[in-house]
Write a protein that binds this ligand. Structure first.
Ligand code: HPA
Ligand code: ZN
Length: 333
């Protein structure tokens, strides 16, 4: 019988659609990079070997501070290769990561070099460990709508086969969705799959307006749709896919525990649910843990867990040949 993320074989196949690349850097690796570049990250570390924050806003600040240790294209290659090979060893067959050109740009890594570095690392990880990776280029909401348009324009000006999606991260409560419509239109015209964070910090209205103004097919989180029966119906009819990150929702205080998390109810209500780790190095859990937590809380068997992987593969921002390859990997287990 396949096992979730256990080193004994065979592994249950896992797929992830929502993970911020900068948040895959474990504290020990961040310290190593910090030393390389002469940066002090001690203020954001707690005494127990983890990152330290007390609220969602503080989390975003700490996230920016940790991102400052990633300064060169080589660093981007290193962290991407590390994440994908580590997760392949736990059963991950496909992963999309959010990559933020604004963070890379602060230290002079231009957009094309950033994308080349991350894509090359994904290619190397696929050759070495069989895991497939793709990039969702991401704007940061609280950096403003103009910045997000610039990010979308870079994406449009420099097409790359591994850049298959466009997203919006950061403080969900910053600005209105309509402010970002122009950026999403540019990305849509460039052929990108579209997703945005919505329905985690803010409620159902944020989801409705994301659908209306941004034309997304997936929602980063979207879990607060659970508060609105009509919206749940609409999401089910439209086939909107939820990138559910249980530990992240618990870490920011939206739910008290996995037992209180609505993932099971969302499934029962006909939503297309996928599972992701969001910021694994910040929360001290990875994708395999997320699958395991959800299985334990809801008594899901391997077939049910494989269902999350299949949902992710069907909703993945990848080409049809890659999707077919991934389908056959899951069928073989
Ligand atoms: N939520 C929103 N924005 C982010 C996150 C997150 O978990 N991580 C990095 N940017
Ligand atoms: Zn996120």
């Amino acid at each position: 019988m396949p096992e979730v993320g256990n080193s004994s074989q065979p592994l249950l196949p896992l797929a992830e659609l929502h993970c911020h690349l900068e948040a895959t850097v474990e504290p020990a690796d961040a310290l190593r990079l910090a030393k390389r570049h002469g940066v002090d990250i001690s203020p954001v570390l707690n005494g127990a070997g983890g990152y330290q924050w007390n609220s969602f806003h503080e989390f975003l600040t700490v996230y920016d501070a940790v991102s400052e240790v990633i300064r060169t294209a080589e660093d981007y290659f290193e962290i991407t290769y590390s994440y994908f090979t580590r997760m392949a060893a736990k059963g991950m067959i496909y992963g999309e990561v959010f990559v933020s050109p604004a963070h890379a740009g602060r230290f002079g890594v231009p957009y094309p070099a950033l994308v080349d570095a991350v894509a090359s690392a994904m290619e190397a990880a696929e050759n070495d460990a069989g895991v497939v990776g793709r990039i969702i280029v991401t704007g940061v909401r609280h950096y403003g709508a103009e910045h997000v348009v610039e990010v979308a324009q870079s994406l449009s000006d420099h097409p790359h086969p591994y850049v298959t999606g466009f997203g919006l991260a950061g403080d969900e409560a910053s600005g209105q969705n309509v402010d970002f419509a122009k950026a999403f239109a540019i990305a849509r015209d460039a052929g990108m799959g579209l997703t945005t964070h919505a329905g985690e910090i803010l409620g159902p209205e944020s989801i409705r307006s994301a659908l209306e103004h941004l034309g997304v097919s997936r929602l980063g989180h979207g879990v607060r749709a659970i508060e609105d029966e009509g919206l749940l119906m609409e999401l089910a009819v439209r086939g909107v896919v939820l990138e559910v990150c249980p530990t992240s929702n618990i870490a920011i205080g939206l739910y008290d525990s996995i037992a209180d998390h609505p993932v099971g109810v969302l499934v029962e209500k006909g939503q297309t649910v996928t599972l992701s780790s969001d910021d694994p190095a910040f929360f001290g859990v990875d994708l395999a843990d997320e699958y395991r937590f959800v299985a334990e809380a809801h008594g899901y068997d391997d077939a049910a867990l494989c269902g999350f992987t299949k949902n992710a593969i069907e909703a993945a921002f990848c080409d049809s040949q890659t999707r077919e390859r991934l389908r056959s990997k899951v069928e073989k287990t």
